[in-house]
Structure formats: structure tokens, C-alpha cells
Design a protein around this ligand. Structure first.
Ligand SMILES: Nc1ncnc2c1ncn2[C@@H]1O[C@H](COP(=O)(O)OP(=O)(O)OP(=O)(O)O)[C@@H](O)[C@H]1O
Ligand SMILES: [Mg+2]
Length: 285
């Protein structure tokens, strides 16, 4: 099976095309008695099927604005699938079918009048493997703006690189290829590319798992900073990382069930479910 979430074509498409779409975030958030008063994103009874195989079961999760929400759980439990529901990247997988509501700013992103390309401008994505394009550092950052027909200025490119904590390292080599950077720098370049069009939400699927500890620690610092301006949803296999950087944690377990969602501290110190405790303490998974 090919890895859809590391396919450069898919990434390309995710940030491409102009955005004549509706203003998805115009509506107000919905509360509905969840533990977060006005989540920017809220999934309600999301099921995902790949053909006959069910990958997610009735997943309901409120995601708070301008915080870091971590998604953890064993391999194959549906974390990437859930992340891809949020900006409709599963649309690019022909076998995938999504049921249920996924509200962004109170609007269901699966409504017929939602343009997925416009949605992905507001909800950007960063993948496990750094995937800069074979272009200059400058053009990598400008790419997301150009395909959206947004203005490219040196100031915007600098701001995105500063936002990704990369500016100081690359400011004298903006014309050099993005592929010549180290893995950790490439991943920060991809983050700069994702934030250049000024999205509201940044989805990250194991963004540091291909990096060494020093580069990982830089990405972790960066994620905490990003949450001042953006809502961050991050999938990670690294439980210490989830505990360090996230405000809320969702635990998926085998079968595609979201077993528990709560403040990160509560999940790691006093989870409600024995299965979650067993997973967190390494008894399985
Ligand atoms: N493109 C696809 N086609 C068919 N089945 C898929 C596809 N992508 C994922 N699946 C299946 O859906 C289930 C959930 O997969 P998913 O990749 O979301 O899990 P994950 O929690 O992200 O796992 P990992 O930690 O290994 O990345 C798995 O059974 C997987 O085989
Ligand atoms: Mg995954």
C-alpha cells in the first residue's frame, strides 16, 4: 500500500489552486456540552471506511483554538485517518468514505458548498517526511502563496521563515535549493510553507519522527510557539513528546475508537480508562 500522506503529489494538490470558496470560519463555534466551550474544530460521530474496512468509529472530539492537541495511539488505530478528515485530505484516497460531521468554525466541512482547496488554505498540513520541493528556499515558502493567487512579498516570506524558526539559519541563502538543507531544517521549511498563506489550523502527522533528537527538540519548541497564533493538531508516537507539548490529548486505540480525550495532564496522570493507562504505561501498543 502506498503512503498517501507522504505523496508529494497529494501535498502539492493540498496547497494548490485558487480559493474562490466560502468563508468557512465565518460562522461561530458550537459548544454542545463538550469540555471545550467553543472548539474551532469539532468532529461528531465520524466514521471512516476504506472499502469495507472501518478505520474510525464514531469519533467525537472538540479541538480548542490556539492550543496544541495531540493524537496518540498504537499503529493502525486511525490517527492519520482522523487528521486527514479535518482538511479533507481523505478525499484524495479513492477508497476512503467519511460519515458524520466535521465542524470547522461551526460549518460542516463535508457540506456540498465547501471547496476543499479553500479549506486546505485555512487548515494546512505538515507530514512525517520533510518534503520540500526541488526549488529555492524562497520559492518553497512562496509556493503556497502563488498557487493560491496570493501576493508574494519578501516580507511575507521572511515572516513565514521567522515563524518556523528558520530565518536566522537561511537568510543569506534564500536562493539555494531547499533540498540542500538538513532534515530538521527541511521540516521547518515545510512548516514555513504551511504557515505562509496564514492558515488558522496546522495539522502535523508525526512531524519529528524522522529527525534526530536535536532537530526534534527544535520542532517541539517551534510547535509550542506556533500555538500562540495557530491551532495545532499533532499526531505523535512519542508519548513524552505529547506530554511535553500538548494541552489536550486524544487517545485512539485499536479498532479506530477514540477512547479518551481530555487535558493532557489528566490523560497522563489519571486517565479514566484502564486501557488508556495500560497503553500509556507501555503495557501494550
Ligand atoms: N489509503 C488507505 N487505503 C486502505 N486502508 C487504509 C489506507 N490508509 C489507512 N488505511 C487503514 O486504516 C487503518 C488506520 O490507518 P492510519 O494510517 O490512519 O493509522 P495510524 O494510527 O495513523 O497508524 P500509524 O501510527 O502506523 O501511522 C489501518 O487499518 C490502515 O491499514
Ligand atoms: Mg499514521
Amino acid at each position: 500500500m502506498s503512503e498517501p500522506d507522504t505523496d508529494p503529489e497529494a501535498t502539492d494538490e493540498a496547497v494548490s489552486s485558487p480559493t474562490p470558496g466560502s468563508d468557512l470560519a465565518a460562522a461561530t463555534g458550537s459548544a454542545s456540552g463538550s469540555l471545550i466551550e467553543e472548539p474551532i474544530i469539532e468532529s461528531k460521530d465520524i466514521d471512516v471506511f476504506y472499502g469495507d474496512e472501518q478505520a474510525l468509529r464514531e469519533v467525537s472530539m472538540p479541538i480548542p483554538e490556539k492550543q496544541v492537541t495531540a493524537l496518540i495511539g498504537p499503529s493502525g488505530c486511525g490517527k492519520s485517518t482522523f487528521l486527514r478528515c479535518i482538511n479533507r485530505m481523505n478525499d484524495l484516497i479513492s477508497a476512503a468514505r467519511v460519515d458524520g460531521d466535521l465542524l470547522f468554525g461551526g460549518k460542516n466541512v463535508y457540506d456540498d458548498d465547501v471547496d476543499p482547496v479553500a479549506l486546505r488554505r485555512k487548515i494546512g498540513m505538515v507530514f512525517q517526511q520533510p518534503n520540500p520541493f526541488p526549488k529555492s528556499i524562497y520559492d518553497n515558502v512562496a509556493y503556497g502563496l502563488r498557487v493560491q493567487d496570493q501576493e508574494v512579498t519578501d516580507e511575507i516570506v521572511e515572516e513565514a521563515l521567522r515563524g518556523a524558526a528558520l530565518w536566522d539559519e537561511v537568510k543569506d541563502q534564500l536562493d539555494e535549493s531547499g533540498l540542500e538543507l538538513s532534515g530538521g531544517q527541511q521540516q521547518r521549511l515545510c512548516i514555513a510553507r504551511a504557515i505562509a498563506p496564514d492558515p488558522e489550523v496546522v495539522l502535523m502527522d508525526e512531524p519529528a519522527s524522522a529527525l534526530d533528537p536535536v532537530a526534534t527538540s527544535k520542532i517541539e519548541d517551534l510547535i509550542s510557539d506556533l500555538a500562540e497564533d495557530y491551532t495545532v493538531v499533532i499526531v505523535t508516537h512519542n508519548m513524552q513528546q505529547a506530554a511535553r507539548i500538548s494541552d489536550k490529548t486524544g487517545v485512539f486505540l485499536t479498532g479506530g475508537e477514540l477512547v479518551e480525550f481530555d487535558d493532557t495532564q489528566k490523560i497522563f496522570e489519571n486517565p479514566e480508562h484502564q486501557r488508556v493507562e495500560d497503553y500509556i504505561t507501555g503495557k501494550f501498543g
